[in-house]
Ligand binder design. Sequence first.
Ligand code: SAH
Ligand code: F3S
Length: 481
Amino acid sequence: MEKIIDENKQGESLIIEAKEGNSRKLFIESYGCQMNFSDSEIVASILSKEGFNTTQNLEDADLVLVNTCSIRDKAEQTVRKRLEKYNAVKKINPKMKVGVLGCMAERLKSKFLEEEKIVDLVVGPDAYKDLPNLIAEVDEGRNAVNVILSKEETYGDIAPVRLNSNGVTAFVSITRGCDNMCTFCVVPFTRGRERSRDPQSIIEEVTDLWAKGFKEVTLLGQNVDSYLWYGGGLKKDFEKASDIQKATATNFAQLLSLCAEAQPKMRFRFSTSNPQDMTLDVIEVMAKYRNICNYIHLPVQSGSNRILKAMNRLHTREEYFELIDNIKRLIPDCAISQDMISGFPTETEEDHQDTLSLMDYVKYDFGFMFAYSERPGTLAARKLEDDIPEDTKKRRLQEIIQLQQKHSLYRTQQYVGKTLEVLIEKPSKRSNDHWSGRISQNTVAVFPKGHYKVGDFVNIKITDCTSTTLIGEAVGYSENN
Ligand code: SAH
Ligand code: F3S
């Protein structure tokens, strides 16, 4: 692989990996969660062995792949609009082939080939290793589909090709699928049952990233706290494992320690945590290692016990508070963020008030907030009427967002006057004279560039803030540099 520096649409310089001798061009685009972006890097790696290098130009592509998201109806609509755009390009360049990857591919399967005449290829999230065969089919003029979900596949043996990389931060997948069956969520249907990746291969990937100059890794999974390696297989089959497999199994807290010790200067983050699966030992490991960032993305979805139950979130509001208290006790400066859904079926004003009061208790650093979108096939869609009027969902969502903005500002204001370590990632969007990076707690900080460069760990004295960004001045390299 050689490295080429390219520019993206925003004018940021990107490091593109390209293999010499490859002549076909792949344009790959990702929507939805971080896992999709990470999967696209696996796909690019598989295809680099098939003669494809990536291109940033749709018009140049021999093959266009779109890695899709089904989480809300709006996410699917966005992808459909992109398919229209590809169709327009295909009219000028009829040799271009179009493939749909990811959750929409899994959900809609071969329907895509019938409904969307421009799609040549449909590949579900567990079938990317079959891409060489599927592309050979397409090259011969046939459409190709593989949406088989796997019990084993973790792509642990594939070294991803980093796409749109800043060369500093990277994602590393550690689990696939989800067994939680939250009633609103399509993920268990599109990504299959939960399985974990071999810790050895995770450490190897992390070590390789460090050797290439990366400074921060985010361990990814739909539910990272549930990570459990016992030699392969589904999480749900752990009970059937042999005694020796059980005795030598690795859980998430152990994996975090392994990572933190294997690369003591690499920063580690992880996402997403689920309150029902997060254990005290994970928080203790975070507290023990300075290179594990003090930040937890801990979606709660609702503050009402009745709604939590209807969502099949297996904890109460009180248990969630207990977890928050434990986090703040063991890591007082730990930042916490949320995902919240407004207007789940049967949600009353009282339930909504419970959500707002839960937010008041936690005062999240930031959050990702959504109006409920019914997804076909989920338990909620089958059992519950989508009975909250759209304008009520929107109004409640607005109230949640406004409260979050207030809490975000409260949190960022606490940093003013403090000196914090920032890892420099890229130039600030607003000003080319400033660097942008993140503090351990994941909040973005910007400051004048000085003599520092991308990838440096720098101590920043925070002088001002907005609800989303810290503004400061560099006072020197941090001890980690
Ligand atoms: N555990 C996953 C969750 C993926 S979905 C993870 O890795 O983050 C991300 C968020 O989308 C969920 O936490 C939830 O808040 C929201 N979401 C999921 N299904 C939804 C639906 N049907 N309507 C609205 N929001 C939804
Ligand atoms: Fe979805 Fe719940 Fe899993 S939100 S991804 S079913 S933890």
